[in-house]
Design a protein around this ligand. Structure first.
Ligand code: NAP
Length: 543
């Protein structure tokens, strides 16, 4: 633990040094503002710092999952694969930190524990687990959407004699499973990437599946110079196009209903998207996420591919999702996931029919069977979107954020929440965030926030707060848009269902990255409509 630095005062405290916090720091420096970043990890990179499990890689193409704000950066960096692996993305994050000399304003190994707004001074009082106490005019939460790992609460969790791992807290030195009996609990995106790699190492791999997921092959491969140059020669225009796409990804959406074409044509288009690989599969038609019959056609196509790939048809049926529309739980992207179940050393256990009842000193008990392991991997996900924010004791005017969000997160644009002045969230609940290319959404939020504080400064103002009415209207709009889609039909982490007792509301904004950006820009151009802007002196005089 580093020694606490002395109490001090900055313009902005940023919580988190992932891609959001790093770019926020860079923009604020550009405005001549002082900023201090606190980061719980020992290095930059956020998600890519923590999630080091075997097979971890991004499922947005590298040419699009990278910063666009600096022409030099995006021209000089060379990605080795179409979809970069975690180590390469982490190298990229470190390269950016070096290149922009970010580390001198980042305090690592330090977790922010409290943030309290003092209306008498219009400043945030921020405290850390290292004893720091910093006063800041603004506080920016760059805490990530999937940064609070979640373990199940089976009896006996602490009794297992072997090693346990969570995918989101993987040891930095790596894990060699060679010759081991390994159990993996969970079959979400992380497990679907890890399982094929662990299966190649382990003597025996047992996968405990509660809910099967739809996964599309990534068709990952080496990045050719020609492909990279194609992007780099037209980067400015292509990035601009991506910013206005529904998902922030240039993914060649087909603006046709799946129900308007013949069966043969529909099949052809699905085949084409499947062969191309990746999440673009869901852009095959414009109504896959809106219309159950359209969705069923895509779901059945993928189920058929699973049946085709997995030799044991009983296992194939277990792996074929039947209870949620495709895409309403995060679509997964894999390298040989389904094919892995053809291996002699891989077993699938359906915990819906044989529930896990306890973790024993030797392994996992499910139904009547005790499975014996050397290692157990928990790929059991995260307290998504609100977990990292609510872990911090955030309070303003005697109200805690935990109390305010007791029935689910409420924000205006996912950028601010009423009653908590001068506190911004990057990719907060109520913004497209996890439904988008995070890099695009991060840059959009950081730019909006930086422009906003610059506007306040140039207008002699220093306080901004979302109004209650603007927030209420935004929450209502978000729910209304979500309810037009099939998303609420799934028991997903988007809805908070994976955390016992968590309120079940659809947290991200599904109106699309392009439309959302236009709304944010329009609100700013209109003098920050829906926000109350004040100057501290005037506000204090009025009290
Ligand atoms: P996740 O999608 O929440 O998956 C967790 C898995 O664990 C689910 O299969 C879940 O089953 C299972 N599970 C949880 N508790 C369990 C229990 N008590 N017993 C048995 N099974 C249990 O978490 P994740 O895989 O870490 O992925 C989270 C998100 O991170 C993804 O959706 C994606 O947005 C992001 N991610 C992205 C990438 C990428 O870009 N390539 C890679 C990894 C993750 P249920 O479904 O039944 O709850």
């Amino acid at each position: 633990m580093p020694a606490a630095r002395s109490s001090n005062s900055v313009d902005v405290v940023i919580v988190g040094a992932g891609f959001a916090g790093m770019y926020m720091l860079h923009r604020l420096r550009g405005l001549g503002m002082s900023a201090r970043v606190f980061e719980a990890g020992s290095g930059v990179g956020g998600t890519w710092y923590w999630n080091r499990y075997p097979g971890a890689r991004c499922d947005v193409e590298s040419m699009q999952y990278s910063y666009s704000f600096s022409p030099e950066l995006q021209q000089e960096w060379r990605w080795s694969e179409l979809f970069a692996s975690q180590p390469e993305i982490l190298r990229y994050a470190n390269h950016v930190a070096d290149r922009l000399d970010l580390r001198r304003d980042i305090q690592f190994d330090t977790r922010v524990t409290e943030a309290r707004f003092d209306r008498a001074t219009y400043r945030w009082d921020i405290r850390t687990d290292c004893g720091d106490r910093v006063s800041a005019r603004y506080c920016v939460m760059a805490t990530g959407c999937l940064s609070t790992a979640r373990l199940p609460d089976y009896p006996g969790m602490d009794r297992f004699g072997g090693k346990t791992y969570h995918t989101g807290h993987w040891p930095h030195e790596g894990v060699d499973f060679t010759g081991q009996r390994v159990g993996v609990i969970g079959t979400g995106s992380s497990a679907i990437q890890a399982i094929p790699v662990i299966a190649q190492q382990a003597a025996q791999l047992t996968v405990f599946q509660r809910t099967p997921n739809f996964s599309i092959p990534s068709r990952n491969g080496p990045m050719t110079e020609a492909y990279a140059d194609g992007w780099k020669s037209d980067y400015t225009a292509l990035r601009e196009k991506a910013r206005h796409m529904r998902t922030g990804i240039l993914n060649n959406p087909n603006d046709v209903s799946a129900l308007e074409v013949t069966d043969k044509e529909r099949q052809r288009i699905f085949e084409e998207r499947w062969a191309a690989g990746g999440t673009n599969f869901m852009a095959a038609f414009n109504d896959l996420i809106l219309d159950r019959r359209a969705n069923d056609s895509a779901a059945e196509f993928v189920r058929d591919r699973i049946r085709e790939t997995v030799r044991n048809q009983a296992v194939a049926e277990l792996l074929a999702p039947k209870n949620h529309p495709i895409g309403t739980k995060r679509i997964c992207v894999d390298t040989d996931y389904y094919g892995t179940y053809n291996r002699e050393n891989v077993t699938l256990v359906d915990v819906r029919t044989t529930p896990i009842t306890e973790i024993t000193p030797n392994g996992v008990r499910a139904g009547d069977v005790e499975y014996r392991f050397d290692a157990i991997v928990f790929a059991t996900g995260f307290d998504a979107m609100t977990g990292a924010l609510l872990k911090i004791d955030i309070e303003a005017d005697g109200q805690s954020l935990r109390d305010k969000w007791e029935a689910g997160p409420r924000t205006y644009l996912g950028l601010m929440t009423a009653g908590f002045p001068n506190m911004f969230m990057i990719t907060g609940p109520g913004s497209p965030s996890v439904l988008s290319n995070m890099m695009v959404s991060i840059e959009q939020h950081v730019d909006w926030i930086a422009d906003c504080v610059a506007y306040l400064r140039s207008h002699g103002l220093d306080c901004i707060e979302a109004t209650q009415s603007a927030e209420d209207a935004w929450v209502e709009h978000g729910n209304e848009v979500a309810n037009r889609t099939l998303y609420p039909l799934a028991n997903s982490w988007y809805m908070g269902v994976n955390i016992p007792g968590k309120p079940q509301v659809f947290m991200p904004y599904i109106g699309g990255v392009g439309a959302y950006r236009d709304t944010c820009d329009d609100i700013a151009a209109d003098g920050y409509r829906g926000f109350a802007l004040t100057a501290q002196a005037a506000a204090l005089a009025a009290e």
